[in-house]
Design a protein around this ligand. Structure first.
Ligand SMILES: Cc1cc2nc3c(=O)[nH]c(=O)nc-3n(C[C@H](O)[C@H](O)[C@H](O)COP(=O)(O)OP(=O)(O)OC[C@H]3O[C@@H](n4cnc5c(N)ncnc54)[C@H](O)[C@@H]3O)c2cc1C
Length: 403
């Protein structure tokens, strides 16, 4: 008999599982999202600091779902009733499921810091990114502060707890703003400072940044934003003409109300199958999953493949479940048409760490983004990933260091 799979949240998390499973008619797949378009977050720094039109980072989701035999519901999930296999929507509709994938991303809690929304700018979503570009275009003063807010973790699953779970966009902001100001011939008169909420800036590559080029201040937690300054928890107050932030990552209230999340943070799963520790027919993937640390696309793809394999085993065939072996593979914009590729499992086993930088990498980044948008959210074939890894290891040194 046909089984009902419901997926909450439609971007990276659901898409990977959706494309993996949608062709099989033994699963009836329903996707629920409160938005109607996708948002390709890795392209948002280009919206914020370059010329890119935000429309080029989105596509209509209904068409993609329906042309792949799925059902799309544009609504917000308010409650999951794990004991009854049901969920409630804002419209009061009730949806029943046999299997549920929960992938609503992390809640970027702009309202948790006083005046954050009013007096600062962010590259983290497609509502804030275009505003940041407008502010940068009209920028005439001389002090820029860039920082990530502190996210708090406290859970029963053993997982890393990075104070800033996705610090890479800060790195992109540093280089892209530097480039932009140089192009305008005003870089020398602009003072840029970076603040990290924990004892390390970028846990994956703590020694990579040269603070002589742009100072980074560690252990600085922001408590309030003012129109022309930023106040830290240690009462230090610094002037700022343009404040750029990554907000705190937080849980969604509907998950707490549904008694599915832990007290402080996200969802509890095992690390082998990504199933909820109480409700075995509920899977959690991507940023919302406690074990996803850091919060990064590449790790999300691994989790989605694990979930897809589990569902295939449940419904129609026996396949091997891929092992969860997280690593960081990330291509980041730097100066004009340049990018850097990071490949590391340093954060996980402290064995390998590679950084490869240049113009070819910039071409790779843009090709990757183009492919992802052109194919409506599909990842490039596996050989592309192998090629990148091979290139990184061949052209740059593969460092091995011991903790
Ligand atoms: C600026 C920026 C740049 C990044 N760059 C990179 C990069 O270069 N490489 C990389 O690997 N990673 C990058 N990341 C991280 C990557 O974007 C995330 O890991 C990824 O987006 C997480 O995917 P997700 O599906 O969990 O969540 P999201 O992409 O946040 O999608 C969640 C969806 O769920 C929906 N939703 C939420 N709540 C509900 C509800 N109650 N009911 C219905 N729908 C709901 C939302 O509308 C949203 O569409 C970047 C992140 C940012 C912010």
């Amino acid at each position: 008999m046909e089984k009902r799979l419901v997926i909450i949240g439609w971007w990276f998390g659901w898409l990977r599982s959706f494309y993996n499973l949608s062709w099989n008619k033994e699963l009836k797949i329903t996707l629920i999202d409160k938005r109607t378009t996708s948002s390709m977050k890795p392209a948002l720094p280009e919206v914020s600091f370059e010329w890119k039109n935000v429309a080029e980072t989105r596509f209509e989701i209904r068409w993609v779902v329906e042309s792949n035999w799925g059902i799309f519901i544009n609504d917000e999930v308010k409650l999951i009733k794990g004991d009854e296999n049901k969920l409630e929507l804002k419209s009061w509709d009730v949806i029943e499921y046999d299997f549920l994938i929960v992938a609503p991303g992390a809640n970027k809690a702009y309202s948790d810091i006083k005046w954050l929304e009013e007096f600062s700018y962010s590259m983290c979503d497609d509502k804030h990114a275009p505003k940041l570009w407008e502010a940068l275009k009209n920028f005439k003063s001389w002090k820029i502060l860039i920082w990530a807010a502190k996210s708090v973790w406290w859970n029963q699953i053993e997982a890393m707890k990075w104070e800033a779970p996705c610090e890479w966009p800060i790195w992109e902001a540093m280089y892209m703003i530097d480039h932009y100001l140089r192009k305008k011939w005003i870089r020398e008169s602009v003072d840029i400072k970076i603040f990290a909420p924990g004892p390390v800036f970028r846990w994956d590559a703590p020694n990579l940044h040269d603070s002589r080029w742009m100072p980074v201040f560690l252990d600085h937690v922001v408590s309030e934003i003012k129109e022309k300054s930023v106040v830290f928890e240690n009462w230090k107050e610094l002037e700022s003409d343009l404040t750029i932030i990554i907000p705190p990552y937080k849980w969604f209230q509907f998950l707490i109300d549904s008694n599915l999340a832990d007290e402080k943070w996200m969802l509890l799963t095992d690390k082998v199958n990504m199933r909820h520790i109480k409700y075995k027919n509920i899977f959690w993937v991507w940023d919302i999953n406690t074990v996803t640390m850091p919060k990064l696309w590449h790790i999300c793809v691994m989790e989605a493949d694990i979930v897809s394999a589990n569902l295939k085993n449940e419904v129609w065939e026996n396949v091997e479940i891929p092992k969860f072996e997280p690593e960081i593979l990330c291509i980041m914009n730097m100066w004009w048409y340049e990018a850097s590729v990071f490949l590391t499992d340093k954060a996980f086993s402290w064995k390998n760490h590679v950084f490869w930088y240049g113009k070819w990498q910039g071409i790779l980044k843009r090709q990757f983004d183009f492919y992802n948008m052109f194919t409506k959210g599909k990842m490039p074939p596996k050989f592309w990933e192998h090629f990148i890894k091979r290139a990184v290891k061949t052209f740059w040194k593969w460092e091995t260091d011991k903790k």
